[in-house]
Design a protein around this ligand. Structure first.
Ligand code: FAD
Length: 496
């Protein structure tokens, strides 16, 4: 049942009382840090937000490259992003998002061919989803790969397609992905069906820029170009921050209030054992992994006919490309602007950028008939090797840090922080910002109501098991019918 969850910000009130002043410094101006800053300011606290880059937004933002505002990557907001969509409402930005109807799947070919799944495959897919939802991963986890390989009713083609779907959205191969996490996101889609939203234009102008304006109008002091390079701590609390300005000069400043670190886990780990040892679990952050998720933006000289203006996955694409032709809907554009996300960008890291672009464009040409080099007016390629995206691996849940720490004045936010299985991307970042704000509230304003953190619905495994049993006979018949074709030697067994 969806509800409100404040438990993860609990901490222990017996911790040392520190941070005697009421001010809060948030370091890291991605979505997690922006959400924490916004929420804390709304509690009436003085808040300062420090960001290393010239712009806020992190991975959910944009920057100017070759005179054009380029998103870090095109972003979608599914209906189950309850905390993110509530934040968007709170900021008065709901009209900045448009709704879309569906995800499209495109096959390679001489013509646009959308994947029209035959009824039998749809039945097997549904059974596979129920089978995943039927798993109770509370006692342990496995990789998505191991889950799929154990499903003898799935044909090798279906296994490959599901694995590809995941690489396209997370950059991680199925062997490195938590099945519990995948189960959680499927349950979220099932429990919160509805239209997917996406910004009406680039993230800077339609999301992050207005968000920054709201922050500053509310009284948050935003300082960009301030990179945290070191934190000095004793065994109980943080003492000082070393900040580097854009000219490369370091300044040390004492910490007198509360500190929220909302920087990527790799940057957190680089602050050393004095900080990672204070996290809950201690040093767990050293076990987390991230992978680059690339972006390729192709500005065309014409509108490509026949392409939907919604999210498209290129089925079987070797580099796991997904795309949206944002040129059809973004203001000021008439021709196609293909904003592609490249799941397997790491496979191109040995190539110079222009060679990598050639490989990717040639791959696109096999899916988009009529796309020629002469159509391309401008290319922006961002492999993001130095800004990887967190992809929770099997069993990684036990290493993800809580918002509260062993220090009474130190709190954490970021999409890698502890969250229910499956909560990922912007929703994980926003949720972590809310949970960090709640952790600070308990220190500074215990008399105020708890910060609202909405939970995402789950499907209880026993319910999924019942539904799976009901489908069992139909699935067994389907598998028997096709076992000769799809899977020589298959015994047609299904789990129920
Ligand atoms: C190509 C791509 C496409 C994506 N598409 C989607 C999507 O469609 N839907 C979705 O939900 N999610 C998507 N994501 C993921 C989503 O963008 C992230 O999960 C989310 O934005 C992470 O927010 P964050 O605040 O936790 O981290 P970040 O965005 O990484 O923010 C951290 C901030 O800290 C700053 N920082 C780092 N070190 C320091 C330091 N030492 N001092 C000061 N500041 C520092 C960084 O500059 C950055 O601004 C996508 C990601 C990528 C890469």
């Amino acid at each position: 049942m969806a509800g409100t969850d404040t438990s993860t910000a609990a901490g222990t009130d017996a911790d040392t009382a520190a941070g005697t002043r009421d001010d809060v410094t948030v370091v890291g101006g991605g979505l997690a840090g922006m959400t924490a800053a916004w929420t804390l300011r709304r509690l009436g606290l003085p808040v300062r937000l420090l960001e290393a880059s010239p712009e806020l937004g992190g991975m959910a933002g944009s920057r100017v490259i070759d005179g054009r505002t380029e998103d870090h990557g095109v972003h979608i907001f599914p209906a189950w992003y309850r905390n993110t969509l509530r934040l968007v409402e709170e900021l008065g930005l709901a009209d900045n998002l448009r709704t879309t109807r569906k995800f499209h799947q495109l096959l390679p070919g001489p013509e646009f061919r959308t994947a029209d799944t035959p009824a039998a495959d749809r039945l097997l897919f549904l059974y596979g989803v129920l089978d995943l939802l039927a798993q109770d991963y509370r006692a342990g986890d496995e990789s998505l790969h191991d889950f799929l390989r154990g499903r003898r009713y799935l044909s090798p083609a279906a296994v490959a397609d599901i694995e590809h779907l995941f690489v396209a959205s997370s950059a991680a191969e199925s062997t490195a992905v938590s099945a519990a996490g995948f189960r959680g996101s499927i349950a979220a889609f099932v429990r919160h069906p509805g239209r997917v939203r996406m910004p009406r234009g680039d993230l800077q102008h339609w999301f992050v820029g207005p968000f920054r304006q709201r922050l500053e109008a509310a009284g948050v002091e935003v300082l960009t170009g301030r990179e945290l390079t070191a934190v000095t701590a004793d065994s109980h609390r943080v003492r000082a921050l070393t900040l580097r300005d854009p000219a490369g000069a370091d300044t040390e400043e004492a910490v007198t209030g509360q500190l929220v670190l909302a920087i990527p886990h790799g940057r957190l780990a680089a602050l050393g054992p004095g900080i990672t040892g204070a996290l809950r679990p201690a040093h767990g952050v050293l076990e987390l992994t991230s992978r680059p998720l690339g972006a390729l933006h192709l500005y065309l000289r014409r509108r490509l006919p026949g392409l939907p203006d919604e999210h498209i996955r290129l089925v079987g694409s070797p580099h796991a490309i997904t795309l949206i032709d944002v040129g059809q809907t973004w203001p000021g554009h008439h021709d196609s602007l293909l904003n592609c996300v490249v799941g397997r960008v790491a496979a191109l890291r040995h190539l110079p950028d222009d060679e990598a672009v050639k490989v990717l464009v040639e791959e696109l040409m096999t899916y988009l008939p009529g796309l020629g080099w002469e159509d391309i007016e401008h290319v922006c390629y961002q492999p993001h090797s130095s800004a990887p995206f967190h992809a929770p691996g099997p069993g990684s849940a036990r290493h993800r840090p809580q918002a509260f720490t062993a220090f009474a004045d130190l709190h954490l936010a970021g999409d890698f922080c502890a969250a229910p299985a499956g909560v990922a991307g912007m929703e994980a970042a926003v949720r972590s910002g809310l949970v960090a704000a709640e952790s600070v509230r308990r220190r500074l304003r215990p008399g105020l109501p708890a910060v609202r953190v909405d939970t995402i619905g789950d499907v209880p495994p026993p319910v999924a098991r019942l539904l799976r049993s009901a489908l069992g006979p139909a699935v067994a018949a389907t598998v028997r019918k096709r076992s000769g074709r799809d899977r020589p030697g298959s015994n047609g067994s299904v789990r129920s």
